[in-house]
Design a protein around this ligand. Structure first.
Ligand SMILES: Nc1ncnc2c1ncn2[C@@H]1O[C@H](COP(=O)(O)OP(=O)(O)OP(=O)(O)O)[C@@H](O)[C@H]1O
Length: 341
């Protein structure tokens, strides 16, 4: 199967600034891809290159098997939905959604029919006659999505489209966005710096840092088997215990752990993987503090062997952590990352 989109060795420089370094990525038709990373990592630059708004310094963008690197945005099978999804204030929603079709010479009747279908798809079936100022932020956002989908792009590029919404609405819109993507089957490439949003939406997450791709995979894969320290830390809270691998074990502040490692190695353990049982014994530790978070207790432990260290653990709701008590800690899942490789 031809990849819907193939990004090949893209470099992008702005004067002295390297915004992208050797970016390679293959995307299948119908995938929901999320580009995730901190501010300035190059997400928007990459999206702009895919949409044709920027030309890469070097490298190629293939869409549907054709080299589109130097093709104008309007001649690409892509549509971009920006964060400030400016709707036309003087136009009805039907005309807003049908705008791209009008530009393509589609007649009024067909345009209205398609715009009506898309407004229904985004949950605004009877709102066609209304104006953008009569809508809430979330509703305007849905209209912008309907407008972007109206021209039936092969690939929809979304640049932080939920960034302006408050947290609760944002979570609700994430669910809707994912459901709509599943229904239309269009390839979505969505930019965010919010790891929870990435997990809520993505078939595959692309973790970016300083212009490079650090990791690519399903949310579960990146969370449980991160490829780099950056990827591990960006995808949520994690304990990091630095050690020196001897071939037979890993020497850490907790003592020698029976882990096969060589050289400078980081042992990474998610907070929920720590508890009173597991494959890897971490030794005794004193509970320094605990707070109840509804779904779990968030606890800090000071290992007896290294009391200056803190290990964060999420214990199940049913646990009764007692501050000051000493318990044997175990990990039932961990990742080893060899540094400076
Ligand atoms: N037109 C430009 N001229 C000069 N430097 C630029 C330009 N556009 C982007 N950059 C630089 O390229 C790097 C990547 O920027 P980009 O906007 O792609 O990051 P981002 O990950 O989208 O960040 P944010 O989440 O803040 O939007 C940054 O260092 C930025 O300052």
């Amino acid at each position: 199967m031809t990849a819907a989109l193939s990004i090949q060795s893209i470099d992008m420089t702005f004067g002295e600034v390297w915004a992208l370094h050797a970016v390679d990525l293959e995307i299948e038709a119908g995938e929901f891809i999320v580009l995730l990373g901190p501010s300035g990592c190059g997400k928007t630059t990459l999206l702009s290159i895919l949409g044709g708004f920027l030309q890469p310094t070097s490298g190629k963008v293939m869409i549907g098997g054709r080299d589109m690197t130097h093709v104008q945005p309007k001649d690409r099978p892509t549509t971009t939905m920006f964060q400030d999804y400016a709707l036309f204030p003087h136009m009805s929603l039907i005309d807003n959604v049908g705008f791209g079709l009008r530009m393509r010479g589609v007649g009024k009747k067909a345009r209205h029919r398609r715009a009506g279908e898309l407004l229904a798809l985004v949950g605004l079936p009877d709102a066609g006659h209304r104006r953008p100022h009569e809508l809430s932020g979330g509703q305007r956002q849905r209209v912008a999505l309907a407008r972007a989908l109206a021209v039936d792009p092969d690939v929809l590029l979304l640049d932080e489209p939920l960034g302006a919404l408050d947290l609760k609405l944002r979570r609700q819109m994430q669910d809707e966005l994912k459901a709509i993507q599943r229904r239309v089957g269009t390839t979505f490439i969505h930019v965010t710096h919010d790891q929870e949003e990435a997990m809520a939406l993505a078939d595959r997450i692309v973790v970016m840092n300083a212009g490079r791709i650090e990791d690519v995979g399903a949310p579960q894969h990146i969370y449980l088997q991160p490829r780099t320290l950056f990827s591990a830390a960006f995808m949520g809270e994690i304990n990091r215990i630095d050690g020196q691998g001897t071939g037979e074990g890993l020497d850490t502040p907790l003592g020698r752990l029976p882990l096969a490692a060589n050289g400078k190695t980081a042992l990474l353990i998610r907070p929920e993987a720590i508890g009173g049982s597991g494959d890897l014994a971490l030794g005794p530790a004193k509970l320094v503090d605990a707070a109840f978070f509804g779904t779990h207790h968030r606890c800090h432990y000071a290992p007896v062997a290294a009391p200056e260290l803190r290990i964060v653990a999420h214990l199940p709701q049913s646990a009764t952590p007692i501050e000051g008590s000493v318990t044997e800690l175990y990990a039932d899942h961990h990742v080893l990352i060899v540094e400076d490789r």
